[in-house]
Write a protein that binds this ligand. Structure first.
Ligand code: DQA
Length: 143
């Protein structure tokens, strides 16, 4: 089964952007680890990153009939984008929201997620290991 890992705006800068908050792994390293973690759980992982909301929506639509699960770090779109909420819901594919940092202990606006109701679960504050947990959550859900 294919699993789609989506990273939203600004996550292309992982490794150099606020390493004190997001760690020093690059997006490429994160995606490689996701492929390994996914493989160990029996998933074939596809990865996608975009800084453009519409491109993310198009990628989610393309996952319909293809992916069995979605792991999505929406970046700040998770705090604001009802469009993203509706796109995740429209896929009807189980999705887990992930944030690398602890969004509950930063600015108040980061604690809010408008996409969460469209997801089966959410993980934050675990660094990039959170992606592995998100995949495990999906594996459990799909079992
Ligand atoms: C983030 C948290 C968001 O608030 C922020 O806008 C990001 C990254 C995280 O992974 O911790 O871009 O999603």
């Amino acid at each position: 089964m294919r699993l789609l890992v989506v990273n939203g705006p600004n996550l292309n800068l992982l490794g150099t952007r606020r390493p004190d908050v997001y760690g020093d792994a690059t997006l490429g390293e994160l995606e490689m680890r996701c492929r390994d973690w996914g493989r160990a759980l029996g998933f074939e992982v596809s990865t996608f990153q975009s800084n453009h909301e519409g491109a993310i929506i198009d990628r989610l639509h393309a996952a319909i009939g293809d992916a069995g699960g979605i792991v999505i770090n929406p970046g700040a779109l998770g705090h604001t984008s009802y469009v993203l909420h509706d796109a995740i819901e429209a896929t009807a594919i189980p999705a887990v929201e992930i944030h690398i940092s602890d969004v509950t202990s930063r600015e108040a606006w980061r604690a809010e997620s408008v996409i969460r109701p469209a997801c089966i679960g959410a993980i934050w504050g675990k660094g990039i290991e959170g992606y592995r947990e998100a995949m495990e959550m999906l594996a459990e859900h799909l079992r």
